[in-house]
Design a protein around this ligand. Structure first.
Ligand SMILES: C[S@@+](CC[C@H](N)C(=O)[O-])C[C@H]1O[C@@H](n2cnc3c(N)ncnc32)[C@H](O)[C@@H]1O
Length: 440
C-alpha cells in the first residue's frame, strides 16, 4: 500500500474528487484518509501527487497532475505558470494566485456559494442559501482586475512567484489577473538582482502606478537606482524596507492616487487598498445601502484603512453628525488623516480597534467593520454589542472568520438581515462579503 512521507512529492494516487473545501481545496479520500486536492473539480477522477502528508498525518494535501475523467466545468487555464497540468508536465509545481483558473467562471461562483453556505452552517449554525455576485457586468473572463500585485525575485534576478505553500520560486512573464498597467511595466524583462520582492500598485483611475523595490540585505544604492531607471515612466519608484518600515523615494511619489464615488484618496507605499479594480465602488455601494446613514447620525468605520468608507459616510451624516474612523497601521492612518482633511465631522484614531472601543464612550448609531482575514473576534463583537448601535455592516474577506464572528453576534441576540457575497477575486478561491446585522 502506498505511504507518503512528510512533504513527499513522489507518491502519486488516483482519486475521485467530491465536495469543495474552504481554502481552494477539493475533498477526496484515500483508504479512509481525507486528501485535500488542489486544481481539481467535484466529480472528477484525477491523478494527484501528494505534497504534504505522512503515515501519521490526519489528512494529506495533494495537487492534480493529470485529469482522467474531466468535469464539464473544466476550462483551459488562462495563465500557464498557474496551470497545474502544464506545470506537472514541466516537472514543476504551479504558482499560487490563480488556483480556480481551470474552472468556468459561473461554476467558480457556484462553488464559492457552496463554501460560504457550509461555513455559515458549521460556524454560525445558520442554514442560508448564498449567491455570489460578479464584481461588474464586464467580468472579462475574470482577468485584468488586480490593481495590486506582489512578485518575488529569484536567485538569477528574474521576476517570479512562489509555488503554493512553498519557498520554491517559479519565474513568471505577465500576470493576466493584473490590470494592463501592471503588465505594461514588463518587469519580467528586467534584471532585478539584489531585490527580494517587487510590489506594484496601479490605480483603476489610470493615475501613475507605484513600484516598490524590496532590497536584499546589502543591496547597493547604485543597483537600486539602475533598476528604477529602467522602469517605464510615469510609474513612481520607491525602496521599501519592511523590517525598518522605511520607504525611500527614488522617482516620482511614494504614494498612489485612488478615487471612488467623487472622493480622492492617497495610499502610501504598501498601505491597504481594495485589490479588485471595481471593489471600492462595489463595497462602498453595499455599505451605504446597508447602513443608510442619515444626517446627524454617529457612525464608526472600524479597520478603516485610508478612509474608503469614512469619506462617503461623513458626507452622508453631514456636519451635524460624526464618524469615528479607526485604523491600526500608523502609515495608513496618516493617509486617512490627509484624505479626510477638512471633514470636521470625522475623528481619525490610530490604534487597535479593541483598544479604541474600550476607551470610546460616545453613542453609536451604526458601525461598519472591515477587519483583516482573521476577522474581528469575540472581544470586538462583544464591545460593539455594548455600544448598542442599531445596525452593523460587516465587510469580510474570509467566510470562515465571518461565520465565526456572526455566530458571536447571533448569540448576543443579533439577526443577519442581509448578506451579499461578491466575486472580487475571480480565478482564485477568495471572495468578499457584506453582512448586515440588526438587533433582533
Ligand atoms: C481589510 S482592510 C480594510 C480597509 C478599508 N476598510 C478599505 O476597504 O480600504 C483592514 C485594515 O485593518 C487594519 N487593521 C488590522 N488589524 C487592526 C486592528 N486590530 N485594529 C485596527 N486596524 C487594524 C489594517 O491595517 C487594514 O488597513
Amino acid at each position: 500500500m502506498p505511504q507518503a512521507t512528510d512533504r513527499d512529492s513522489d507518491l502519486e494516487l488516483e482519486l475521485t474528487v467530491s465536495a469543495p473545501a474552504h481554502g481552494g481545496h477539493f475533498i477526496a479520500r484515500h483508504e479512509g484518509r481525507v486528501v485535500f486536492v488542489r486544481h481539481a473539480l467535484p466529480g472528477e477522477r484525477v491523478r494527484v501527487r501528494v505534497t504534504d502528508g505522512g503515515p501519521d498525518a490526519g489528512f494529506w494535501r495533494a495537487d492534480t497532475i493529470e485529469v482522467l475523467e474531466a468535469s464539464p466545468h473544466r476550462v483551459e487555464h488562462p495563465w500557464a505558470p498557474a496551470d497545474a497540468l502544464l506545470a506537472a508536465k514541466a516537472g514543476k509545481p504551479p504558482v499560487g494566485g490563480a488556483e480556480f483558473g481551470h474552472i468556468a467562471l459561473d461554476e467558480q461562483r457556484a462553488l464559492k456559494a457552496a463554501i460560504f453556505e457550509e461555513q455559515l452552517h458549521r460556524l454560525a449554525g445558520m442554514e442560508r442559501s448564498v449567491s455570489v455576485e460578479p464584481a461588474d457586468a464586464n467580468d472579462d473572463g475574470g482577468l485584468g482586475w488586480r490593481t495590486r500585485a506582489a512578485f518575488a525575485v529569484d536567485q538569477s534576478g528574474r521576476l517570479a512567484m512562489n509555488a503554493h505553500r512553498s519557498d520554491q520560486l517559479i519565474p513568471v512573464a505577465d500576470m493576466p489577473l493584473a490590470v494592463p498597467a501592471i503588465n505594461e511595466l514588463r518587469l519580467w524583462e528586467q534584471d532585478l538582482s539584489q531585490l527580494v520582492r517587487v510590489e506594484v500598485a496601479a490605480p483603476a483611475n489610470g493615475s501613475a502606478p507605484l513600484v516598490l523595490l524590496v532590497p536584499a540585505k546589502g543591496a547597493s544604492p547604485r543597483r537600486l537606482a539602475a533598476i528604477a531607471g529602467r522602469i517605464p515612466a510615469p510609474a513612481s519608484v520607491a525602496v521599501w524596507e519592511p523590517e525598518e518600515q522605511r520607504l525611500t523615494r527614488l522617482r516620482g511619489r511614494t504614494w498612489v492616487s485612488e478615487s471612488c464615488r467623487g472622493h480622492e484618496y492617497r495610499v502610501t507605499g504598501e498601505g491597504f487598498w481594495q485589490i479588485h479594480r471595481s471593489a471600492p465602488q462595489v463595497l462602498t455601494g453595499a455599505v451605504l445601502a446597508g447602513l443608510d446613514p442619515q444626517p446627524g447620525q454617529r457612525v464608526a468605520d472600524l479597520y478603516a484603512g485610508a478612509g474608503l468608507f469614512t469619506a462617503p459616510l461623513a458626507a452622508a451624516v453631514g456636519p451635524s453628525g460624526g464618524v469615528l474612523s479607526v485604523e491600526g497601521s500608523p502609515g495608513t492612518s496618516r493617509d486617512a488623516r490627509k484624505n479626510l482633511h477638512g471633514m470636521e465631522q470625522v475623528q481619525i484614531v490610530q490604534g487597535k480597534v479593541e483598544n479604541v472601543l474600550q476607551r470610546h464612550h460616545d453613542r453609536l448609531d451604526a458601525v461598519v467593520l472591515d477587519p483583516p482575514r482573521a476577522g474581528a473576534g469575540r472581544k470586538v463583537v462583544e464591545q460593539l454589542h455594548g455600544k448598542r448601535p442599531s445596525v452593523v455592516g460587516y465587510v469580510a474577506c474570509d467566510p470562515a472568520s465571518f461565520a465565526r464572528d456572526l455566530g458571536y453576534f447571533l448569540k448576543l441576540g443579533w439577526e443577519l438581515r442581509d448578506l451579499r457575497v461578491f466575486d472580487l477575486y475571480p480565478n482564485t478561491h477568495h471572495m468578499e462579503s457584506f453582512g448586515l446585522l440588526v438587533r433582533a
